[in-house]
Ligand binder design. Structure first.
Ligand code: FMN
Length: 224
């Protein structure tokens, strides 16, 4: 069983990356045979869908897959062959980062069949999870409608791969290593630090549990 994690944050070692590592740790703890890989999307050079429509060309060599020759091509092939995908993204302007969005366009669109009566061209159902990290509190996130905003993208996992993604939110994150160096007086640093000490470990534990749960679900989908 293989699970691939996609880090949509430019910051290695920070909130989103840590949540993804915890998820993969949980996956390996659930079954030592689980193969895991974490890809930092900002290390790759690619764009979103270029609308070349090679993936829709009748009888074409890349029908149903994205063969655009850039830094996403190998990863897209690996994702199609994986059993689980976990995406992590900081929230940027109420949404996932452009880097993750671009990759998901390339992942979903080739599998989106334009042939009447057919929905997905994905080779097999796949389990997925979305991990979001953000500055706002959970109450603010809900009041601002982030979950509704994110639901459209999440829905493409169900449509394409047959299962809705598991959802995890880490709210009110610790954003700077030293708040005193930045103009950031809208935040209460002491409250942020308390939250970091008390809540973030719980968020990591939830990510670990979600990783275990994904392995359990995959094992049921594909009994040995
Ligand atoms: C360009 C930019 C836009 C952001 N927009 C939002 C936002 O709309 N809502 C929010 O709650 N946090 C926002 N944030 C804060 C990040 O989502 C938050 O700090 C996140 O946990 C960072 O993840 P990281 O530590 O993995 O990089 C933004 C940060 C940046 C740099």
């Amino acid at each position: 069983m293989k699970i691939i994690a996609l880090n949509g944050s430019p910051r290695k070692g920070w909130n989103t990356h840590q949540m993804l590592e915890a998820f993969l740790e949980g996956a390996r703890a659930a079954d030592a045979g689980t193969e895991t890989e974490l890809v930092h999307l900002f290390d790759l050079s690619y764009t979103g869908c270029r609308s070349c429509f090679a993936c829709k060309r009748k009888g074409g060599p890349s029908y149903g897959r994205c063969a655009y020759p850039d830094g996403a091509r190998e990863l897209l092939a690996a994702l199609a062959a994986a059993d689980g995908i976990v995406c992590g993204s900081p929230i940027y302007f109420h949404d996932i980062t452009a880097q993750l969005r671009g990759l998901l366009e390339r992942l979903f669109f080739p599998f989106h069949s334009f042939r009447a009566g057919e929905t997905t061209l994905a080779p097999k159902p796949l389990r997925s999870a979305m991990i979001y990290t953000m500055n706002v509190t959970e109450e603010e996130m809900r009041a601002a409608g982030y979950p509704q905003n994110l639901a459209t993208t999440e829905g493409y996992f169900s449509y394409t791969f047959g299962h809705p993604p598991a959802l995890l939110y880490a709210c009110d994150t610790w954003e700077f290593s030293d708040y005193s160096l930045y103009e950031a007086s809208i935040w209460d640093e002491a409250a942020k630090w308390r939250r970091r000490q008390e809540q973030f470990p719980r968020d990591l534990a939830a990510a670990r549990a979600a990783g275990m749960e994904m392995v359990r679900a995959i094992s049921i989908d594909h009994p040995a």
